[in-house]
Design a protein around this ligand. Sequence first.
Ligand SMILES: C[S@@+](CC[C@H](N)C(=O)[O-])C[C@H]1O[C@@H](n2cnc3c(N)ncnc32)[C@H](O)[C@@H]1O
Length: 360
Amino acid sequence: MTESFATPAVMEGHGGYNVRSKVQAAGLCPAVPMLERAAREVALPAGSQPIVIADYGSSQGRNSLVPIGAAIEILRGRIGPVRAISIVHNDRPENDFTALFQTLLSDPNSYLRRDSAAYASAIGRSFYEQILPSESVTLGWSSWAVQWLSKAPGPIPDQVQVAYSKDEATRAAYYRQSAEDWQNFLLARGRELCPGGRLVVLTMALDENRDFGYWPLLKAMYGALIEMVDSGFIREDEFRHMAIPTVGRSRADLLAPFDAEGRFGGLRVEEAEVFIGEDHIWADFEQHRDAGAFGAQWTAFARGSVFPTIAKGLHSGENARTVEFTAEFMDRLEADTAARLAERPERMLIPLGKVLLAKN
Ligand SMILES: C[S@@+](CC[C@H](N)C(=O)[O-])C[C@H]1O[C@@H](n2cnc3c(N)ncnc32)[C@H](O)[C@@H]1O
């Protein structure tokens, strides 16, 4: 594998992720009661200093509003209306933080519009290292984020998603990176959480058959990319640099760092579950039978979350493509993927993991 290969996570900019992340908004709902439980049980720092909630991998913020708002409401019931709550949203430096701050200011569901003692800020730095002072965070939340690896270990020779690759060496490299990243994420949070603090993580998972899911979508996307190579729209070397560095984790993978008592890095497992998210797009299709809408909606999920990372392949070689070409690439990939999905709508499998951790 080439040393230089790297495709970092990047969501669709200009607020694109916010409008194309309804699958994630629905998928995180079953983890909200876990965060509410955490807010009820978490130890609160003594005195009147602000209580810190950290949101790891916030993207453009819209999907954080429901869980963070729910946590604030429960904390308010415990601390009253005056004590400051500091909400720190975190993402990679390339994130569209402008969209995040605009969402926090203007979205009708923003906690800032409801709570005059809530203060929002952001950190543009990888959550695979410590990014907040030791013992400063009371509640942590992370949804749909830790499946993104810190780096892509290399090209995937026969897919864009490693879960469907048959190349054993590539699979092993990605799963090794995933195990290392999960440990680093936990170690960093273990340092940042206050004693008695709580962390809730929702992430893409593998079901009990180690199935990553989303197969109809990934098959359609890969078919559309091959068609682009065959028609000469993109080059073979560009295609070979297209990979989505995400890895789903089984329940055993999520628990692997923890000892027999469920302890690791100062954290203790309170709950860990892999469940199957509801496919609302399929449920809607069963009502309206509009195959075009089914294809378009599932493709919107891919466009908002993984197309920009796939498009990085266009900028890997010496002949990097223009912004205009990249935009056309995204539009064509969207149109062809949606058309392929519409040909034969199928329910999408959505394995998700949710974990509640407590700092000792
Ligand atoms: C699919 S979005 C999830 C956004 C939101 N939490 C939600 O539930 O919809 C994943 C986010 O995680 C961020 N992310 C991925 N790797 C990261 C890292 N190492 N450090 C911080 N953020 C990261 C991505 O940039 C992206 O904005």
